[in-house]
Design a protein around this ligand. Structure first.
Ligand code: NAG
Ligand code: NAG
Ligand code: NAG
Ligand code: NAG
Ligand code: NAG
Ligand code: NAG
Ligand code: NAG
Length: 857
């Protein structure tokens, strides 16, 4: 008995002994009596997020003092003290030499005890507070800030005031006028060398403040001014969930910073001289994948370069060539322009009227450029007190004013308008337009270039719009008249299609000739006549069904191609331009597992999308009807699952536009004649309810049973909401049952709850659809159930990304997959509650960019 006790004791003390050094290491301060050696580290006190210590970068040969994440398994250094003066040699060889110490008066220094040459200590880095500190300490805080403070905790110096290459949450970039500090980021020379490289990011406070990135002294990226919500050149910031971005511009400071609301989000903005994806990268740590997930980066495309199209040029990546001149301007060097070098920019075709001795503003007016990243504001004048209308007057009243825009889009009647006034006094450089987001810019033109017969002083743009509107109305009336006449006359001859107005399907489809900056769009416009002919006048016999946006018809073009015609009536609140933009966007999304858009048609309020026709209808038709589900053997089901996952992955991270589908469900998965699954209705979400572009929306739309809890409850959506819907769909495909179906065994459970309880009782295989008659590979089925359960976990952070889903689906050893936790909405009761709080499930809105590219793909 006693001896056992003794051994117990011994073991305990041994354990304690083993633990002791770790306990000692987990300190967070350096004090005069207690320097930090290279053999130890400081760990921030609260949640142990950050570590301060000496390190040698991989492949490097110097020893540096730095801060890195403690919870990120890939060592990621976010701050370096002595980046310009390393202690020579690898940290392993400097264990006894390198120290960080605080003197009794508060000087913080890194000392190299010079190795064998012990004659003297070399100080490689130090900070000395302006005045002596009483009982000084240096402490690493939970946000990664190294702070030197006196005994009362009054900070005398902090690392956050001296950023290196990384902006952490709550760290500020920009100018502090009180201290005169100019906080900038400077990239490492290379991943093995933290010394300052040529890539620098800083706030430029001339004119309306903007952030620039320089590479070797040359401007390579411009953020554009802050529009009250975001930088105009980072237009998708508004869609970030869990972040707050702030910009302070007052007498004390001009700074930018971001804040992360959830502790689980580890996010950084890093400046890189070597990254494959742009110089500035926002990435977020994905614990389950063990990688940094690249969220956003810049410069991203041709138009992100500084002024690729010169003064008065417009850059648009959706055009080819990307450069065009603003309306009323023509290329300064047509030869260079023809060779696709736009840097010389454009010159005004007609001088402004006010320059020609006219009294006042003459007949000048403005043309609006929508979705703009506004031009360089370095020399612009800002007046935040003006309204947009006053801004217009002010611009008209000053002959040197060339354009104006609102300074703050908050409270605007729609995105792009708002309050405050930015006025440009010279050429408009570095202007680009986006497919969506962006701001309205109003460019001043002489009356002649506005297309007005002069003498109509005010509201020139309005008149242009009105004229355009009446022309299209007229065109529509003509088309309609033609259609009615022909519909009556040529009931028979339709299919051979000889009428003048109907063009001949795709070959004759007109191209949309651009607006102010001349887009050249590839997508055919069908005229209403062609479509009417193809669908026998939208005959009820050709109706395939009623989509969330309106009826869907089957049709056949003259060349024999079968089409699906989707009418988007009434629900759309979008303008014509926005609609066209969205259509262009959708048309650019092309993937084997997405339904292809063939063209579109606009007539009055009616908007029509023409898709390829899918012979085998939709997945729900096969899945939920017993007579059909027999046709779906396991192999086919598995292939369908993979196809859907690929399509979704493409939408989420491979396409240029980062689409969140928001309405993934069996009826939105169409099947072609080879039973290849094709996701439909993607991107449609973007077309509706443009006022709801915020990531946090009160009005939740989507389809019950497929909606993730955070979306249904809080209106928060992200790619992880799609992952949830995918998980539901996956479980439906396995079981052949609807998530909302009622189960005789356990009435209070929906499919998720049912799958979860079977899984926990190790009876997962019972979930498999009985129409498969047991002929399947049960390991594969179990793996799929597991993946499905992982996708429907309550906490979005626990759910995998689609890239991970695909990896898991192809994993051969199911034991390498994580263990799922309780699904969201497992109990039916919760579902019923949310049922009542939501509107009719039909459409969903818009994308976001919560996740873009997974590194290493
Ligand atoms: C150590 O680093 C210095 C400076 O970066 C470099 O010039 C030198 O070649 C490196 N030495 C070795 C052995 O890698
Ligand atoms: C680190 O090294 C110093 C000096 O060589 C020594 O005094 C200290 O005990 C060491 N600390 C640990 C935790 O090994
Ligand atoms: C000792 O260090 C000093 C200064 O760094 C240097 O000049 C001297 O050559 C070193 N002596 C030896 C023996 O390495
Ligand atoms: C801050 O530093 C950057 C980069 O060195 C510089 O371009 C900018 O003008 C500085 N700002 C101020 C206000 O000194
Ligand atoms: C720079 O890019 C590399 C490779 O993409 C990445 O591993 C590294 O973390 C990046 N550095 C910063 C500071 O973002
Ligand atoms: C100024 O306006 C007058 C009359 O409208 C016109 O004849 C003349 O050519 C204009 N001058 C310039 C320099 O545009
Ligand atoms: C008006 O024009 C002058 C140059 O003629 C310029 O200096 C001034 O900033 C302009 N004022 C505004 C409000 O644009």
């Amino acid at each position: 008995m006693a001896s056992i006790d003794f051994y117990h004791h011994l073991l305990l003390s041994l354990a304690l002994l083993l633990l002791l050094p770790t306990a000692c290491q987990a300190r967070d301060t350096v004090t005069p009596g207690r320097p930090l050696g290279a053999n130890e580290t400081l760990v921030s006190g609260g949640d142990a997020s950050f570590v301060l210590g000496f390190f040698t970068p991989p492949g490097g040969n110097g020893t540096y003092l730095g801060v890195w994440y403690s919870k990120v398994s890939v060592r990621t250094v976010v701050w370096v003290a002595n980046r310009e003066r390393p202690i020579p040699g690898h940290v392993a060889d400097n264990l006894g030499r390198a120290t960080l110490s605080v003197s009794a008066t508060g000087t913080l220094s890194i000392v190299n005890a010079a190795g064998n040459n012990n004659s003297r200590h070399v100080v490689v880095w130090s900070v000395t507070p302006a005045s002596r500190l009483a009982s000084p300490t240096a402490k690493i805080l939970d946000n990664g800030n190294l702070v030197l403070a006196d005994g009362n905790g009054v900070a005398a110096w902090q690392g956050f005031d001296h950023p290196t290459d990384t902006l952490l949450p709550d760290m500020k970039l920009g100018i502090d006028y009180v201290t005169g500090r100019n906080r900038t980021l400077t990239a490492w020379k290379s991943p093995s060398d933290p010394s300052p490289g040529p890539v620098v990011m800083a706030m430029d406070t001339s004119g309306d403040p903007q952030v620039f990135i320089w590479n070797g002294g040359e401007k390579v990226w411009r953020s554009g001014p802050w529009d009250g919500v975001q930088f105009t050149g980072v237009p998708d910031t508004v869609t970030y969930s869990g972040f707050t971005f702030s910009f302070v511009n007052d007498a004390r400071e001009v700074t930018y910073s971001f804040h992360v609301h959830r502790e689980s989000i580890i996010s950084r903005l890093g400046l890189n001289s070597t990254g494959n994806y742009g110089l500035l990268q926002r990435s977020t740590w994905v614990e389950s994948a063990g990688t940094w997930n690249l969220y956003w980066y810049a410069p991203k495309d041709q138009c992100d370069a500084v002024s690729p199209c010169g003064p008065n040029g417009v850059c648009d990546t959706n055009n080819l060539p990307v450069c065009s001149c603003l309306r009323g301007f023509s290329p300064r060097s047509p030869a260079a322009w023809a060779l696709r070098d736009g840097r010389d920019g454009c010159v005004r075709t007609t001088p402004l009227d006010c320059r020609n001795g006219s009294t006042g503003a003459g007949d000048d007016g403005f043309v609006a450029v929508r979705h703009a990243k506004v031009p360089d504001t370095a020399r612009s004048v800002v007046d935040r007190g003006l309204s947009l209308e006053q801004c217009r007057e002010a611009c008209l009243g000053n002959c040197s004013c060339t354009a104006y825009a609102s300074a703050n889009v908050v409270g605007g009647d729609r995105r792009g308008t708002g309050s405050g006034c930015v006025m440009w006094n010279s050429g408009l450089t570095d202007l680009r337009v986006y497919p969506d987001f962006g701001q309205d810019l109003f460019v001043r033109l002489a009356a002649a270039d506005l297309g007005l017969s002069s003498k109509s002083r005010k509201g020139s743009t309005i008149i242009i719009i009105a004229v355009a509107a009446s022309i299209s109305a007229l065109a529509f009336l003509l088309a309609l008249a033609g259609f009615l006449v022909c519909a009556r006359k040529k009931k028979r001859s339709r299919k051979t299609g000889s009428s003048k107005w109907s063009g001949s399907s795709r070959s004759n489809a007109r191209r949309y000739e651009g607006s102010s900056h001349g887009e050249d769009l590839e997508l055919p416009i069908f005229d209403l006549g062609t479509i009417a002919a193809a669908t026998d006048g939208f005959s009820i016999n050709n109706k395939l069904g009623e989509g969330g946006f309106g009826p869907v018809y089957k049709g056949k073009l003259e060349d024999g191609q079968e089409i699906a015609v989707k009418t988007l009536s009434k629900t759309s609140v979008q303008g014509l331009d926005e609609f066209k933009n969205e259509v262009m966007l959708i048309a650019k999304l092309q993937h084997r597992n997405l339904v292809r858009l063939l063209g579109y048609s606009i007539s009055g309020q009616e908007r029509i999308l023409v898709y390829e026709y899918m012979e085998n209808k939709s997945l729900d038709y096969f899945l939920f009807e017993k007579s059909n589900s027999i046709l779906l053997d396991w192999q086919l089901r598995y292939r369908i699952v993979e196809g859907i996952a690929r399509g979704l992955l493409y939408l989420h991270q491979d396409s240029r536009y980062r689409i969140i589908h928001r309405d993934m469900k069996a009826s939105n998965v169409l099947l072609d004649k080879e039973m290849t699954p094709k996701i439909s209705d993607f991107g449609l979400a973007r077309m509706f309810g443009s006022e709801e572009t915020e990531i946090n929306t009160r009005k939740v739309v989507g389809t019950y049973g497929y909606m993730s809890p955070e979306y249904a409850m809080d209106g928060v959506f992200s790619v992880k909401s799609d992952v949830f819907s995918f998980g539901v769909l996956l479980l439906e495909i396995i079981s052949g049952r609807k998530n909302r179906g009622v189960y005789s065994y356990s009435n209070h459970l929906n499919l998720l709850g049912h799958a979860w309880s079977l899984w926990n009782e190790c009876k997962g295989i019972e979930l498999a659809d009985e129409t498969m008659n047991g002929s399947f590979n049960s390991d594969e089925v179990l793996k799929c159930i597991r993946v499905g359960l992982l996708c429907v976990q309550e906490n979005p952070d626990d759910r995998p990304l689609m890239s991970q889903v695909l990896l898991m689906l192809s994993a051969t050893d199911p034991d390498t997959l994580p263990t799922p936790r309780q699904p969201g909405f497992a109990a039916r009761r919760i579902l019923t509650e949310t049922d009542t709080t939501s509107s009719k499930p039909d459409c969903s809105i818009f994308d976001s960019s919560t996740v873009t590219i997974l590194e290493g793909r």
